[in-house]
Design a protein around this ligand. Structure first.
Ligand code: SIN
Length: 501
């Protein structure tokens, strides 16, 4: 097939970037930056004002196949590199990500909307996974087994799983893709990736930096695509036998579809899906700590986070004090555009997201909840929304059953610990849960009872490259980060060597 050469840059808002070569609009396939076969493009816009930022290559099945060919071709040489060599490349990539932190943060803010300081934090967060997995590359040890027969040596060795497809969301345009690519490369796998249609620019920029760090041609391929073409593109990867693993972060509905579609080729899957995190505050909690935790967990990325608390369950004795303090704190959060000094909350990703938040609030009010703070679009207009606090929630309301994915605190009052645990677990989801109490025995009891992949105890900021990130129940399976994150990209081969006497 013939692929188009890189197009003329149509990138807008070039001011303020140190490295304009990080503003990319083409796909990376086999080491070359190229447009789609038919030169189709789609617009990437700024959620703060709808301004068009760039016209990005709209990749489809033809490009999906070309990328796969490149990844398959590059596979044997890459898996033969030493773990030490892969470590060095990943270390260089980490260095480049941090050296270009300001430009990358600016890109994230432009296409995703989060405040610049928070975006810079995301770059460091994503880069930390690269640094972590650089080191994990040299720790992918196998085992010598205790052979029950004297003339045999039995070993179990770890091997790269093969070509990996990664499909990532818009809420953390760099961190989510970095924490999939880094362990895949560390393990010796080659990668085909599709970033979210809303936020491909940051992913393309970090792919360029990976090239600069020494990732060989074809080892990492990055294909932007619109919603329409993206489905067909990923469909090709799902059907192909040579794709041995798919790592996806996104909705539970899409995760189920991907699991079904990858069943005929029995791909290994990592699915980091939706959450509905409970945030439990007991009467004996330190309220300063609980409020700090609530602000960190709930309003990070304007509430557009899978681990964002979706249901605040607060014990009767501290309910009113907690709500009053959180409402005051929420009212004082600064909403605005990413580059404004002191801004803490940016716009939501698009109007559809705002409509969902509005629908949840209206549904809650119609069923008896009360708004104590915010509750409406922000005077700034567009997709800006006021930090909101609702009380009098009950388990049947939409905001209790579905992820709101916006800056909304929904509070339910409870009386007993048993009631709190029952409410917390009354969901098909199980990604994160939070628990605030000073009672160590309660921490042990409730921590064990919560049906959730991750639990924050007196802490709202739980994500870290050293920890296994992932869920249970319909929040998916597989873990990202920690030593478990590397194993996801490896197979275990048992070798039995006989006749050694
Ligand atoms: C997510 O929202 O899916 C990821 C959040 C995190 O890594 O903390």
């Amino acid at each position: 097939m013939t692929l188009q050469p890189a197009s003329t840059c149509t990138f807008r808002l070039l001011d303020g970037f140190q490295r304009r070569d990080l503003l990319l609009e083409d796909a990376l396939i086999g080491g070359a930056w190229i447009g789609a076969q038919d030169d189709a493009r789609f617009a990437v816009t700024n959620p703060a004002d709808g301004a068009r930022l760039a016209q990005v290559a709209d990749c489809g099945p033809a490009e999906a196949i070309a990328a796969l060919d490149a990844a398959v071709k590059a596979g044997p040489a890459w898996r033969r590199t030493t773990p030490q060599a892969r470590r060095q490349i990943l270390k260089r990539w980490h260095g480049l990500l941090m050296a270009n932190q300001d430009d990358l943060a600016r890109l994230i803010s432009l296409e995703q909307g989060k405040p610049l300081a928070e975006a810079a934090g995301e770059v460091a967060y994503g880069a930390a996974y690269v640094d972590w997995f650089a080191d994990e590359a040299i720790r992918g040890d196998g085992e010598i087994l205790a052979s029950p027969v004297l003339d045999r040596q039995m070993t179990a060795v770890r091997e790269p799983i093969g070509v990996v497809a990664v499909v990532t969301p818009w809420n953390f345009p760099i961190a989510m893709i970095a924490r999939k690519i880094a362990p895949a490369l560390a393990a010796g796998c080659t990668v085909v990736g599709k970033p979210a249609e809303d936020t491909p620019l940051s992913a393309l920029a970090i792919a360029r930096l990976a090239q600069e760090a020494g990732v060989p041609d074809g080892v990492l391929n990055m294909l932007p695509a619109s919603r329409l073409r993206g489905a067909a593109l990923v469909g090709v990867w799902l059907d192909e036998e040579c794709v041995r693993k798919l790592s996806f972060t996104g909705s539970t509905a899409t995760g189920k579809f991907l699991a079904e579609r990858s069943a005929p080729t029995l791909k290994r899957l990592s699915l980091e899906l939706g959450g509905n995190a409970p945030f439990l505050v007991f009467d004996d909690a330190d309220l300063d700590v609980a409020i700090r935790g609530a602000l960190a967990a709930k309003f990070r990325n304007a509430g557009q986070t899978c681990v964002s608390p979706n249901r605040f369950l607060v014990q009767a004795g501290v309910h009113d004090a907690f709500v009053a303090r959180l409402a005051d704190a929420a009212a004082s959060l600064k909403v605005g555009t990413a580059d404004e000094a002191g801004v803490q909350i940016g716009p939501l990703i698009n109007d559809k997201a705002v409509q969902k938040v509005e629908a949840h609030i209206q549904d809650a009010i119609a069923r008896g909840a009360r708004v104590v703070q915010g509750g409406a679009r922000h005077p700034l207009g567009g997709s800006f929304f006021q930090p909101t606090v609702l009380v009098g929630m009950d388990p049947d309301m939409r905001a209790s059953c579905e992820e709101t994915f916006g800056p909304v605190v929904s509070v339910t009052r409870f009386e007993t610990e048993a009631e709190a645990v029952t409410l917390a677990n009354a969901t098909p989801f199980g990604l994160a849960a939070y628990l605030f109490t000073a009672d160590r025995k309660r921490i042990a009891r409730v921590g064990a009872a919560l049906e959730s992949g991750m639990v924050g105890v007196n802490e709202g900021a739980i994500s870290s490259e050293v920890a296994p990130f992932g869920g249970v129940k319909q929040s998916g399976y597989g873990r990202e980060g920690s030593r478990h994150g590397l194993i996801e990209y490896q197979t275990l081969k048992y070798i039995c060597e006989g006749g050694l006497d």
